[in-house]
Design a protein around this ligand. Structure first.
Ligand SMILES: Nc1ncnc2c1ncn2[C@@H]1O[C@H](COP(=O)(O)OP(=O)(O)O)[C@@H](O)[C@H]1O
Ligand SMILES: Cc1ncsc1CCOP(=O)(O)O
Ligand SMILES: [Mg+2]
Length: 304
């Protein structure tokens, strides 16, 4: 871990330590007693500055969703400056969606600065499994850096651990019956808390796996929802001390926003483009919306 509490570390807003079920700080069924309202209040109170080195396709969405959660976005990605910007940030996101040769080096510079500063480092290995270049860059990021939270779709997480995976461009294609086991193996390989996104999200550590039942199929119809999940995880990891509680809370909050948008709570929509607007408004308005207790959306699952 990057100088921060690991999954057994001290708790904090939004969750209490031992979120991998290793001590008595968990609730029923070995699920940590995460609290959405506490996490959202912590984000609002801390207003974490998040530096994202991210792709050209969704950079504006990543910036806005960071802001709408209550963080402060900055997208510094120049080798001459990024170390200094991460040096004053509270969290760092690396998203390799359109990584260039210089961008690869800049991501390593930013990641090393985050590790040295002891702030949360989130990595989204976009498109790993699609090309040898992406396989090499992703492996370099998780090997050379101390990653706190790693998020990818089912295909990307499976590809990272060498399981059969079909990643077409950046989209996960096919069935992944063993995704929970792949996520735990990925956590063991990288030392990160792993979020495997899909119809049901999986949050995994080296010793525990949780299903997060929140979200809507319309989220899968919008480019950028995985990238924006990475930004969400960076914001929550900067405000919630325990990285597992942060990942569970951020993933659940994100899915709840997707559900509220699909229900029309933040405006009608006619298709994926207008849904995206409603989704972003749901993120911005979640703190004021009445939301269910997210503990009821999280189930610990047994993984061999
Ligand atoms: N069919 C679905 N049902 C519910 N939520 C979904 C569905 N597809 C995607 N999501 C949600 O959308 C977000 C992005 O997931 P995903 O599409 O897997 O990432 P990516 O965009 O990187 O491929 C996640 O929060 C995930 O839970
Ligand atoms: C289409 C595309 N190509 C390179 S990055 C990118 C966006 C990927 O966004 P997400 O992973 O959220 O679907
Ligand atoms: Mg993605």
């Amino acid at each position: 871990m990057s100088g921060r509490d690991g999954p057994d570390g001290a708790g904090g807003p939004g969750g209490s330590g031992g979120a991998d079920g290793s001590d008595d700080a968990t609730g029923a069924g070995g699920v940590p007693d995460v609290a959405l309202d506490e996490a959202l209040a912590a984000v609002a109170g801390e207003q974490p500055l998040i530096n994202s080195v991210t792709n050209d396709v969704t950079v504006n969405d990543v910036a806005n969703v960071t802001l709408y959660w209550g963080g402060l976005p900055v997208m510094s990605d120049d080798e001459r400056e990024v170390g200094d910007m991460v040096g004053i940030a509270d969290g760092c996101l690396l998203n390799m969606g359109t990584v260039s040769e210089s961008g690869e080096e800049t991501m390593l510079t930013a990641g090393r600065a985050a590790n040295e500063r002891g702030i949360p480092l989130v990595v989204d290995p976009v498109g790993v499994g699609a090309t040898p270049t992406r396989d090499r860059v992703a492996d370099r990021l998780v090997t050379d850096l101390d990653v706190d939270v790693l998020n990818g779709n089912y295909g990307e997480i499976s590809a990272l651990v060498g399981d059969d995976a079909e990643v077409r461009g950046v989209e996960s294609v096919g069935e992944y019956a063993e995704i929970a086991a792949a996520a735990v193996e990925c956590a063991r390989k990288t030392g990160a808390v792993v979020v495997a996104s899909g119809e049901t999200d999986i949050v995994a550590t080296e010793t525990a796996a949780f299903e997060v039942d929140a979200g809507h199929s319309m989220m899968g119809a919008v480019v950028g929802t995985g990238c924006m999940l990475g930004a969400t995880l960076a914001v929550f990891a900067a405000a919630v001390d325990d990285p597992v509680a942060a990942a569970l809370t951020g993933t659940a909050a994100y899915g709840l926003a997707g559900e509220l948008a699909a229900e029309g709570a933040f405006g009608d929509y006619r298709g994926p483009a207008s849904y995206k607007i409603a989704f972003l408004d749901a993120v911005a308005g979640l703190a004021d919306a009445s939301t269910p207790d997210i503990v009821d959306r999280i189930d610990r699952i047994e993984v061999r």
